[in-house]
Design a protein around this ligand. Structure first.
Ligand code: PAF
Length: 284
């Protein structure tokens, strides 16, 4: 595995790979790898001739008072895990090489960023869309792979790539979970033992309302009320940031379920802000 930190060198490598007729896959990450990241890398390994992983804790997607400075990192462990997953190039740029001191260009998809995480983290998706377009411009990959845990992020990137005619396929891969259902996240390390014990309740609540929807409940307000009640009982230490039913592509609220509907939640448990989601009526 090559380790590159200079954007121009990375871009030259990517251009040479494409010129040689190879297919390429990019897995953008902020590091501190867990099985969720590794599953994306393994998928990329199976589907492309060359696999690139970027590891960059992107400052522009953190708002004031968020956990940028505390964000967990372990670059040597990450490098070892990436190599074991068959990654060809690990790209670890420095902040100042990604963003010039007078950086002035931003990519935004405001219609899809009004709700869910976009409502509580106002600059977040502007930072994500901007850094992902920078990474896609550097790597010019055949495909780029993202996890569905950040469903809104994936929807925004898919729309951005479509609207800007970026010639990369965006691939969304299923959420990877612990045996008890907690979605893997680098932020799970912030959980105390007591909070960790409640955290699987997030997915259990989503499954509970998925069953209600399957049984015929179509009123979004009734379903969100049921989810709130479930969390009050099973995740009593959780402070709900949002809990919404959305059109999965437009990321806009639905009143009545008429087809596959995204149930998305963000809950604060102590120092951790956990997100999770489930597609209701997925197989209808
Ligand atoms: O999902 C993440 O880890 C980040 O938001 C991403 C896509 C790597 C952009 O910084």
């Amino acid at each position: 595995m090559k380790r590159l930190s200079d954007p121009k060198t990375f871009q030259a490598q990517a251009m040479a790979d494409r010129a040689a007729g190879l297919t390429t896959a990019l897995v953008p990450t902020m590091g501190f790898f867990h099985e969720g990241h590794l599953s994306l890398m393994r998928w990329a390994r199976e589907h492309a001739d060359r696999v690139y992983v970027s590891l960059f804790v992107n400052p522009t997607q953190f708002g004031p008072g968020e956990d940028l400075d505390a964000y967990p990192t372990d670059q040597e462990r990450d490098a070892r895990l990436a190599e074991e997953a068959g990654v060809d190039v690990l790209f670890t740029p420095r902040h100042e090489d990604v963003y010039a001191a007078d950086h002035a260009t931003w990519v935004q998809v405001p219609e899809l960023a009004q709700h869910l995480c976009g409502a509580s983290r106002p600059v977040h998706f502007r930072g994500v869309a901007t850094v992902v377009s920078i990474l896609l411009n550097l790597a010019q990959p055949t495909c780029a792979v993202f996890g569905q845990k950040d469903w809104q992020q994936l929807a925004i990137i898919q729309r951005m790539v479509r609207d800007l005619h970026i010639p990369t396929d965006i691939v969304g891969r299923p959420i990877v979970r612990e045996a008890d259902g907690l979605a893997l996240s680098s932020r799970n390390i912030y959980l105390s033992e007591a909070e960790r014990a409640q955290a699987p309740g997030l997915q259990q609540g989503l499954k509970h309302i998925a069953a209600l929807a399957l049984a015929g409940e179509r009123d979004a307000a009734t379903l969100t009320k049921a989810l709130r009640a479930f969390y009050a009982e099973h995740v009593p230490g959780g402070e709900i940031d949002y809990l919404d039913l959305m059109d999965p592509l437009a990321i806009s609220p639905v009143q009545n379920l008429t087809g596959p509907t995204l149930a998305a939640v963000a809950v604060r448990l102590g120092k951790a802000r956990l997100i999770d989601n489930l597609l209701l009526l997925d197989r209808e």
